[in-house]
Design a protein. Structure first.
Length: 543
């Protein structure tokens, strides 16, 4: 009896001291972050300097890019948005952080993006040497030769996409009903990605029922589920727990749309591996050489991927090859249908260069359309594929950024959404003005001015983390925009406000002429809503 009382008393005493110790530890941590931390001199909001909770909160709500923009307006070009995280809004800072020889590596943020600890990809590999090895293998999928080869497949998909819309509304005099072009672009680009990555189109753009049509939506749900974990104050604990049961627990509580995406990836990779094995005995020129083929291949100096790694890289292909491209395309069309002068100027350039949409092929002639490229760059500037910073961890020896030294372990970065709205660089950053990208005496834009804004423009990132599929993405965007504008007339659906800012929204989201997005690691968009009609074929003048 006495032993029981003593044991109960000891337990109660232990719980008392534990309850007393927890708030003391929390207070000590907050005090250290605010007054003793090596980054205590960097400006930022009080609670963000004390804890990573504010950053996580805005991440969970999809508005972190807006919050960061607000902070840069208040505190200047350098802000501390978490105890160990400093962000910059300056092209020199970007070069110092993301340059080829920068003394940094990818932060553990990327480890949190994985479904489980076994699924390593080029994106979430933080060891520089291992990342370089994986990147070398990935680069085999994106040679200049492959870009030229796949452009024909892209054109075929674009033409079929147009055919479907023409079948729905084949008129050169009447405008169609309202179309959510953003959703249509999701379907087009997803089919292109399937053809180029897995050797088969998923046919989600085709009429009729298709269970795969929900996959683009499930991709967003997947990112919205995992992305807040990566910004969590408990990220270190999450990473430690992942191989110790957390991965299994997360799998059990995974929302159905996220699980459907995981199942889709598993099935797609399984089918593609089966095809690869069936064709192993065939001569190389008879085998399906899509991007997945090169990932499966073993070279003399590099081992092939495991099946877990192939599935992880497949997720990367699907996300990077579809949603980021559709965000750029949606932005370009959203702004064009709201800028009649720019729209007509682009159409005039395309009609002077090509007689018909069918004549548009990837090559020097298409790339010579300077105003087309300017519109593309301006659209990608205003809606970057990823709105917030790719975080980098400073390595031993530290890093100098804008004449300040940051010790090893500090997380640094620049946020593309904020970079794109830098008034010092662009002057009128919220205005869609493609002319800013073309040196021309008539507009007063000099080569030096163009060079300056290009130092601040990194839609595909720079340095070791630059997007491997940049050239394919650009070819796809050029072909979609050019062929679409030569085949259709487009206008904004009368009365549509989808994607616009609103005066009732918080600071940073009030501009009706600015395309608003949600931050889910990638830019998640809504719209644009447009109407279309067949563009009359120009008459050929006889001599």
């Amino acid at each position: 009896m006495l032993d029981t009382l003593i044991s109960a008393s000891s337990l109660a005493g232990g719980l008392f001291w534990l309850c007393a110790l927890v708030p003391v530890c929390i207070f000590a941590n907050l005090f250290y972050n605010l007054y003793l931390h090596p980054l205590r001199h960097v400006p930022g909001p009080f609670w963000a300097r004390a804890s990573a909770i504010p950053s996580w909160y805005y991440t969970a709500g999809g508005k972190r890019h807006i919050w960061l923009w607000q902070l840069f307006q208040i505190y200047g070009k350098r802000i501390r948005v978490a105890p160990n995280l400093v962000l910059f809004c300056d092209p020199e800072a970007h070069a110092a952080i993301y340059g080829m020889k920068s003394n940094v590596r990818r932060s553990t943020f990327y480890v949190g993006l994985t479904k489980n600890i076994r699924e390593k990809t080029t994106v979430n590999t933080i060891d520089p040497a291992e990342h370089a090895r994986r990147r070398k293998m990935l680069n085999r999928c994106f040679t200049d030769q492959s870009v030229t080869a796949v452009s024909a497949f892209i054109s075929q998909h674009v033409d079929r996409w147009h055919e479907i819309m023409l079948n729905e509304h084949d008129s050169s005099t009447e405008w169609s009903g309202s179309l959510n072009l953003g959703e249509r672009l999701d379907q087009l680009v997803f089919d292109i990605m399937g053809d180029l990555s897995f050797g088969r189109s998923f046919n989600v753009k085709e009429p009729g029922e298709n269970p795969l049509r929900e996959v683009p939506h499930n991709i967003i749900k997947y990112l919205q589920f995992y992305y807040p974990m990566c910004r969590s104050p408990a990220l270190g604990l999450i990473i430690w727990l992942k191989p110790r049961g957390l991965d299994r627990l997360v799998e059990l509580i995974t929302p159905p749309p996220v699980q459907k995406f995981n199942d889709f990836v598993f099935e797609s990779v399984t089918k593609r591996i089966e095809l690869y094995k069936k064709q192993e005995h065939l001569p190389e020129h008879e085998r399906r050489q899509d991007m997945f083929y090169f990932l499966c291949e073993r070279t003399a100096e590099q081992a092939a991927y495991t099946e877990d790694e192939l599935r992880a890289e497949a997720s990367l292909f699907i996300i990077a090859g579809s949603d980021t491209t559709t965000a750029s395309l949606a932005s370009i069309f959203w702004y064009l249908v709201r800028a009649p002068r720019c729209y007509q100027k682009l159409v005039d350039e395309l009609q002077k260069t090509f007689k018909r949409a069918e004549d548009v092929v990837y090559g020097p002639k298409l790339m010579s359309c300077t105003y087309l490229r300017a519109c593309i760059d301006e659209g990608m500037r205003l809606v970057p594929p990823g709105p917030c910073e790719p975080p980098r961890e400073v390595l031993t020896g530290g890093l100098n950024v804008l004449n300040d030294h940051y010790p090893a372990g500090t997380i640094v970065g620049t946020a593309p959404w904020c970079d794109s709205l830098n008034t010092e660089i662009y002057g009128d950053p919220e205005v869609f003005r493609p002319e800013r990208w073309i040196a021309d005496d008539a507009t007063g834009v000099t080569k030096e001015m163009v060079a300056e804004i290009r130092t601040n423009f990194h839609p595909f990132l720079t340095g070791p983390g630059a997007c491997a599929g940049k050239n394919i993405a650009l070819a796809e965007i050029h072909l979609v925009v050019a062929r679409t504008l030569l085949r259709f007339e487009l206008r904004k659906t009368p009365g549509s406000t989808l994607g616009e800012g609103s005066p009732e929204q918080p600071w940073g989201e009030r501009n009706r002429k600015q395309f608003q997005i949600v931050d889910a690691y990638i830019s998640v968009k809504q719209g644009p809503e447009v109407q279309i009609r067949r563009r009359p074929i120009p008459e050929t003048k006889s001599d």
